[in-house]
Design a protein. Structure first.
Lengths: 108, 302
């Protein structure tokens, strides 16, 4: 998994979500942090399973990767930035699982 | 008819049925365009089907406009009336049909070349995560039904009215339900992980649509270029035209008979013969011409 230039205050929410996914899948994760562009390219190439980062609602990456529902949102000027996980396009079973965990996490 | 107001009485009832059917066509098409628009999500195959369905609105709208014009009588600007508006509408419908096929092929080839993997997520409804593909499948299934029924109802009317525009609309409806089936199969197979299936199905179906569009375009261009009347479904010379030519040649031996099509009507010209006194097209015995109303006029060039 990859973190994309997360703000310090967003890191706890991102780590909590990764822990939640580990519990749901029984998988061990390794996380590395890098720039958003680099992480999304790696995601697209299949080198990463998930990237968590802050994305604008109209990001041009929206068609190249599957940006899932947000863990948190905040206003930045005229835009809304969403702290959201992103998966590789077409990985539909995995995307459905991540969506379920995001929604379940909101109720906690 | 050319110089008079309205349609020939023999086809008035069928024209009224065709107009009613095209209003229904537009109404139903709008409902499934809305259903597909709400359900399509990120599916490329469904987006293609959606845009194609919107192109499908062109023939019925053009038909309704052309029918209104065709009813008008001739005037100072248009001495021969508005018969050819139907032919012009036919050209527009043929272009729309060919464009729909080309658009479908382009999208399918692009999706295959780029190896586009479509994402279909879920939505939470009353605590349950439901795969959005189910909504897409339901919308696609619904979108197949109206064009299938309306297209089948249009064919016999188009044949009786000798209406190529209506016939092209029937082909467009055929294209729409076939694309709908391809979209349905594509989304269903996507659920099983076969990302390429919908693009391959779309490419195969697009070939048939392009072929129909190309044939319609050839006939439409021939008609606007004063070509010999053609059958509705291709470039075969119309049986009505053969019957008229045979009758005129028998009545005026040695003369040359020229035929052209203006919309649904046929105009004949007899070259090298004097018109008999008081001669009118209705005086001519024409064996094998059921749609007698089709012969609009016979002109003479001695």
């Amino acid at each position: 998994m990859g973190f994309a230039e997360l703000r310090r205050e967003d890191e706890p929410a991102a780590h909590r979500f990764v822990a939640q996914l580990e519990q749901a899948t029984g998988a061990q994760t390794t996380i590395d942090a890098a720039s958003a562009e680099r992480q999304l390219v790696r995601l697209e190439e299949g080198d990463l399973d998930l990237v968590i980062g802050e994305f604008a609602a109209d990001t041009p990456w929206a068609t190249s990767v599957a940006i899932i529902e947000p863990l948190a949102t905040r206003r930045a000027g005229k835009r809304t930035l969403e702290l959201a996980p992103a998966a590789r396009n077409g990985e539909n079973r995995w995307i459905a699982l991540v969506e379920r965990e995001v929604r379940d996490g909101r109720g906690r | 008819m050319s110089e008079q107001r309205g349609h020939p009485k023999e086809i008035c009832a069928d024209m009224a049925s065709a107009v009613r059917l095209e209003w229904w066509n537009i109404g139903w098409t709008l409902t499934y365009i809305a259903a597909l628009g709400l359900a399509m999500g990120g599916s490329q195959a469904m987006r293609t089907a959606w845009i194609e369905d919107m192109l499908g609105l062109i023939p019925p709208i053009v038909f309704l406009i052309a029918e209104r014009y065709e009813r008008r009588a001739s005037n100072a600007r248009f001495h021969y009336g508005y018969d050819r508006v139907n032919g012009l509408g036919f050209l527009i419908a043929a272009v729309a049909l060919a464009a729909a096929g080309l658009f479908l092929l382009k999208d399918a080839v692009t999706a295959l070349a780029a190896q586009e993997h479509v994402t279909i997520g879920t939505v939470r409804i009353m605590g349950q995560d439901v795969w959005l593909g189910w909504f897409m499948l339901a919308a696609q299934a619904y979108a197949c039904i109206p064009p299938f029924i309306i297209g089948r109802k249009e064919l016999p009317l188009a044949t009786r009215l000798r209406d190529k525009l209506l016939h092209t609309d029937a082909l467009m409806n055929k294209a729409n339900w076939q694309t709908g089936v391809a979209g349905f199969v594509g989304v269903a197979l996507l659920g099983f992980g076969l990302w390429w299936a919908d693009a391959v199905a779309a490419a195969v179906i697009s070939a048939g649509i392009i072929w129909d569009g190309w044939r319609a375009l050839k006939v439409a261009i021939a008609e606007l270029n004063d070509g010999v009347p053609h059958e509705l479904d291709g470039d075969r010379r119309a049986d009505d035209a053969k019957a008229i030519a045979k009758a005129l040649k028998a009545r005026f031996p040695g003369a040359k008979v020229l035929l052209r099509e203006t919309g649904r009507y046929i105009r004949a010209e007899v070259v090298g013969a004097e018109p008999p006194k008081g001669f009118g097209p209705d005086d001519l015995e024409i064996e094998g011409l059921d749609a007698r109303w089709r012969l609009d006029s016979v002109a003479f060039r001695p």
